[in-house]
Structure formats: structure tokens, C-alpha cells
Design a protein around this ligand. Sequence first.
Ligand code: SF4
Ligand code: SF4
Length: 65
Amino acid sequence: MPVVIDSDCINCDMCVPECPNDAIAMGKQHYVVDVDKCTECEGFYDQPACIPVCPIECMTLVPDA
Ligand code: SF4
Ligand code: SF4
């Protein structure tokens, strides 16, 4: 169940340093999460570290497709 960043992302960079897996990087238009790297922060934190720091709440946990 990776985190997905929607197109409202303002590229503020706040979430990037929070990720223990280096799963967040700039994409073509906005930041994106590498679904192969995102572990929901399992083993590091009780819940995703990135979601609470996003100022516009454009990050969400989605079920595996
Ligand atoms: S949930 Fe954790 S591992 Fe996944 S992108 Fe966010 S900070 Fe990185
Ligand atoms: S914190 Fe939110 S708005 Fe900022 S880069 Fe990350 S996803 Fe985009």
C-alpha cells in the first residue's frame, strides 16, 4: 500500500527528507513516490512519515493496484 502524491503537489520538498527509503523524488511535473521503495515506513515509524508534513495534504495511502 504505497503513498501516492496527487497533481496538486506544489513541489515544496518538505516530504523528501522525511522518507527513510529515499522513495520520494521529483517527477515530470511534481514529486512522486517510487512504489517499489515505499514501505509505508514499516520498520522505521508507526505510520507514514511523509503524509503529516505535506502542507497541502496531497499525499494518500492507496491500496496496491
Ligand atoms: S510512507 Fe514512508 S517510505 Fe513511503 S514514501 Fe512516505 S516516508 Fe517514504
Ligand atoms: S510535501 Fe506535499 S506538496 Fe510538498 S513536495 Fe511533498 S507531496 Fe508535494
